[in-house]
Each structure stands twice: as structure tokens, then as C-alpha cells.
Ligand binder design. Structure first.
Ligand code: CA
Ligand code: CA
Ligand code: CA
Length: 269
């Protein structure tokens, strides 16, 4: 027989069950959010290329194409809105400083990966920007400034690719902890461009590595690291130069102050 008391007990039990369910769901959501924030990491890139300088009389004619092609390759793996590309007149010291401090820094976190690419003119102490002056370093990016900007980031995974003359020397000066620097040449070597590729040679072979990702993944762990890309590129450039030596020596180099490898591409993506 159904009494008012039975109905009340039934309603109370139902209400209790609903409350328990809400609590469990809420905890599950919170737990999900917490585990996600630990396991998820993002990749970010700032890609710079200067093929036309405002004041400097230098021939870096393919450097803007270098940057655009690298951006295009990375878009698929990093995400379109995870890449800031600064080419020619956009590649100024101020814009790059802002890109690191105001675009990248608020987004990147400790476990993320940050990739910085530069193709253009440089020397052992400065990267020349679009509006760099002939007889002054005031619009250039000195290694001290770049170190300061990068030191402000949270990430423990920074990789920097430099396709510019004397990048071997410049690279050594920005080789802080947790950074892997790939340079087109060693020490004061020049980095050559190749007409038949319409790219800097170093960049061309980096781009080429993206077409052979399964071979680049030397240890077959499904992840292509910057260290593996370097090994692949160095081998291919050595073969290229055996057949077609450049006007002066160029030996790609790695300065690796990051324990383990920095994953650039996950092949399961
Ligand atoms: Ca940050
Ligand atoms: Ca691998
Ligand atoms: Ca390493």
C-alpha cells in the first residue's frame, strides 16, 4: 500500500541519488581538468625570414621564402594559430620582442615546446632585422637581448634554428639551459643559398626532412625530435656538398643543452 510516508522516502532517496551523481560528475570533471593540464602540452613557433633588407646591401633573397615554407610545414603539426610568422618589413626588432613577450609568453607553459626560426643576415653577435642600419646595431637583435627575452619564458623546451652567416658563433651565445640550437654553419662560416632550390641550403634540407618523417624518426618511437632532424639534415647536406661543394665550407651544427630530446612532431598526429 502506498502511503504519503513511502512517497516522501522515495523522493528523498531519489534526490539523494541525484545529488551523489552530480557530486561524482563534478569530481570527475575536476579530475579530468587536472589530469589534462598535466598531460597536455602545446607547441608554439615564431618564424622569421628577411629576403629584402631596407638599408643593408646583402643578398638573402630566399630567406623570406625559407620562413614561409617552414611555417607552412609546421602549421599542420603545431596548429595555424600557434605560429607567428614575421617576414621582411614585419621582421623588426620591436615586432619580434613583442611576439615573444606579448604573443608567446602568455600562452606557453612549462611543458610546452617553443621553436624559433631565423633566416636572414647575421654575424657572431647580432641578427640583422629588416630595418637594421649599416653602421649601427640599434635595430639588430643582439644575443644578450634574445637571451633576456627567452629567459622570461616558462617552457623547458626551446629550440632555435638559425640559417644565417656566423650562426655557429651566435648560436653558442644563446645556448642556455633547456635549449637546443641548430645552426646552418659552425663558428664564422657562411650559410649558402642555392638557386636550384630557391632556399637556403640548410633550410632546404630541414624542409626536405618533413617529407621523410618516418626515416627521420631514427629510434622509431613515433616522435620526430629536433635532434633527429639535425642528424638527418647533417647527413644529407654532407652528401650535397660532396657533389657540389659550396664556395666556402659550411657545416651544420647542434648545440644541445637539453637533456633528452625535444619532440617537434608526433607521427600519430
Ligand atoms: Ca608563459
Ligand atoms: Ca624519434
Ligand atoms: Ca637533447
Amino acid at each position: 500500500m502506498i502511503t504519503k510516508r513511502n512517497i516522501c522516502v522515495f523522493l528523498l532517496i531519489t534526490l539523494g541519488l541525484i545529488l551523489c551523481l552530480c557530486l561524482i560528475t563534478g569530481l570527475a570533471d575536476r579530475f579530468q581538468i587536472q589530469t589534462d593540464s598535466l598531460s597536455q602540452s602545446n607547441k608554439w613557433a615564431i618564424i622569421i625570414g628577411i629576403g629584402n633588407y631596407k638599408y643593408l646591401d646583402v643578398d638573402t633573397r630566399y630567406a623570406n621564402k625559407d620562413a614561409l615554407a617552414i611555417s607552412k610545414q609546421l602549421e599542420y603539426f603545431f596548429g595555424y594559430d600557434h605560429i607567428k610568422t614575421l617576414v621582411d618589413s614585419d621582421a623588426t626588432e620591436e615586432n619580434i620582442k613583442m611576439a615573444i613577450a606579448e604573443w608567446l609568453n602568455p600562452k606557453e607553459k612549462k611543458n610546452d615546446t617553443v621553436l624559433l626560426f631565423f633566416a636572414g643576415h647575421g654575424n657572431s653577435a647580432f641578427l640583422e632585422m629588416y630595418d637594421s642600419l649599416k653602421n649601427s646595431n640599434c635595430n639588430d637583435i643582439g644575443y644578450q637581448d634574445l637571451n633576456t627575452w627567452l629567459d622570461d619564458l616558462d617552457t623547458n623546451n626551446i629550440t632555435i634554428l638559425l640559417d644565417s652567416c656566423e650562426s655557429g658563433n651566435y648560436g653558442t651565445k644563446i645556448s642556455g639551459t633547456n635549449r637546443v640550437i641548430l645552426t646552418g654553419g659552425m663558428g664564422n662560416e657562411k650559410c649558402w643559398q642555392e638557386k636550384k632550390y630557391e632556399h637556403g641550403i640548410f633550410t632546404y634540407y630541414i624542409l626536405n626532412s618533413f617529407d621523410h618523417l618516418n626515416n627521420v624518426d631514427i629510434d622509431n618511437d613515433g616522435e620526430v625530435s629536433i635532434e633527429e632532424i639535425y642528424t638527418f639534415v647533417k647527413k644529407d647536406i654532407a652528401i650535397e656538398f660532396q657533389n657540389y661543394p659550396p664556395p666556402s665550407p659550411q657545416h651544420p651544427n647542434i648545440i644541445d643543452n637539453h637533456k633528452g630530446e625535444i619532440e617537434i612532431i608526433n607521427l600519430s598526429h
